[in-house]
Design a protein around this ligand. Structure first.
Ligand code: AMP
Length: 497
């Protein structure tokens, strides 16, 4: 039996009362065969901090024992202390940064999860969201499984533990579990002998392989390879299970082959601009989105101003294409979290005010401004910024958004809100323009977005990306939702499990 050091005691609050939502957006990182595995993982997680700022965790294995540290807060708040890293002994590690919505900050949900299976310990870090986790959980609970967290990831652990596939130890049980789950997942798993990287059949969430000397690395994004000086080897492919052990790197297929459909929103907003995804530098894609936007929705204006930081690359592309001067007319305070992190609308509004301030020397007085942002979700950011530009004397404010209107909620880990809160789900473009208070408003088209990604257009029969936020085309069944249409669906509650 494997022992684990550092796992916090079981929570005492009644299960399911604190949180009945499972939406998560996260980053994962893993190291195999490096004496500084924990320190490298902490650095990697630090580079993935934009993917999750509420909690971080690392599990290592030292050849005899697993060690774990899981904390609420930023990576640097806890994992920069020498003592903490020293306690995480071993040359294999997996780590996780986590972003969660209202009420989910309980320590019991912080990953990597650890399970003591009859075939040895297993730590699991998950980025993405399963769309049948509650359905499976219901079945597992009714047949005797006892869940310790409200995280959908724990379903995978239970499926591995209970699998009757005994042919090939851990791997055959893992495949058995993978064939039962649906939705989006990029997983980094650690057992006593292996580091395993897994991507769902469509490759919705990203995962890459890197090399650092004799060590092999797994990471959600390439920017985290750069920080530790590792070389990018390749992406884990959609539907691929990569088994990293003393025998080298083995690639397995858990599912019949099908074309990949990575999440388009990684390119638009979520990934760091200095990451390479699907062969594209994310920064270049974002500039391309701005360029396409300038072609589709030109504006007669004196200056292009980005909403920082998310709108900057698209604004550079727009300004260049439209031949309009570019200015950093708004400065962002980097010590305020992402707007979305604040759990309540009231605080979110305040957050936007705390976050942005006009640059005094860039006078917008009497000028016609094109404001560029990557996306509009609830409309909070844009409303504030348009008002701010008007207060400072802008003559005209033209808002241009470097992605299509977000009309449909996400169920794969991007954590956009439900239909009722999505501005574009409830108003047409003119209605949105009135709410935002700008002189004109335009969004990039779906095909324009695809063009920025090097595709001639979206292929309706075989869409190249997961783009349901704009199209309503959900690429997997949504078994955990019981409403009539995706946009109106209600997730089955954990309370009912
Ligand atoms: P909102 O103010 O609600 O319209 O949100 C739009 C702003 O939030 C934009 O500036 C985006 O850069 C950012 N954003 C878009 N999608 C997300 C997301 N899934 N999580 C956090 N922030 C987001």
């Amino acid at each position: 039996m494997d022992e684990i050091a550092g796992i916090p005691p079981l929570p005492t609050e009644p299960f399911g009362l604190a949180d009945d939502k499972l939406h998560e957006e996260c980053g994962v990182f893993g190291v195999f065969n490096h004496p500084e595995a924990a320190a490298l993982t902490a650095l990697g997680l630090h580079a993935l901090q934009h993917r999750g700022q509420e909690a971080a965790g690392i599990v290592t294995f030292d050849g005899t024992q697993f060690h774990a540290e899981r904390r609420l807060g930023l990576v640097g708040d806890h994992f920069n202390r020498k003592g903490v890293i020293d306690n995480l002994r071993g040359n294999m590690a997996v780590g996780h940064v986590r972003y969660a919505t209202v009420g989910e900050t309980a320590l019991r949900n912080v990953q990597p999860l650890f399970a003591d299976l009859d075939i040895g310990g297993c730590a699991l870090a998950h980025n993405g969201n399963l769309t049948n986790a509650l359905t499976l959980r219901r079945e597992l609970v009714s047949s005797g499984s006892i869940f310790q967290s409200t995280s959908d990831t724990e379903v995978i652990v239970h499926l591995i533990a209970r699998s009757r596939e005994r042919r090939d130890g851990f791997m055959s049980r893992l495949f058995d579990a993978l064939r039962q789950i649906e939705g989006a997942y990029a997983l980094a798993a650690l057992t006593r002998k292996r580091l395993i990287g897994i991507r769902d059949p469509l490759g919705i969430r990203p995962l890459v392989i890197g090399k650092l000397g004799d060590a092999t690395i797994l990471s959600s994004e390439t920017c985290a390879l750069d920080i530790i000086g590792a070389q990018f080897v390749r992406e884990v492919e959609n539907g691929e299970v990569v088994e990293i052990s003393d025998q080298g790197i083995d690639s397995h297929r858990a599912f019949p082959a099908q074309p990949a459909r990575p999440c388009i929103f990684e390119y638009i907003y979520f990934a760091r601009p200095d990451s390479i995804m699907g062969g594209h530098c994310v920064y270049d894609v974002r500039k391309g989105l701005g360029r396409e936007l300038a072609r589709e929705a030109p504006a007669d204006a004196d200056v292009v101003v980005p909403v920082p930081d998310s709108g900057v690359p698209a604004a550079i592309g727009y300004a260049h294409e439209a031949r309009i001067p570019f200015e950093l007319g708004i400065i962002r305070n980097h010590y305020v979290g992402r707007t979305f992190i604040e759990p309540e609308q009231r605080i979110r509004k305040l957050g936007v005010k705390l976050k942005h301030n006009p640059t005094p020397s860039i006078s917008v007085e009497g000028k016609r401004i094109v404001l560029i942002d990557d996306s509009i979700v609830r409309g909070t950011t844009s409303t504030k910024i348009v008002a701010m530009m008007r207060e400072h004397g802008a003559r005209e404010v033209h808002m241009r958004i470097a992605c299509p209107p977000i009309k449909y909620p996400d169920f794969y880990g991007i954590d956009t809100p439900d239909t009722g809160s999505l501005l574009a789900a409830n108003h047409d473009v003119e209605g949105m323009r009135r709410i935002l208070g700008c002189d004109s408003l335009a969004f990039l088209t779906v095909d324009g977005t695809y063009r920025a990604l090097g595709q001639p257009r979206r292929d309706p029969d075989h869409p190249q990306f997961t783009d349901h936020c704009f199209t309503g085309d959900y690429p997997t069944p949504l078994r955990d939702w019981d409403g009539p249409e995706p946009g109106q669906q209600h997730r089955l509650s954990l309370m009912a499990v």
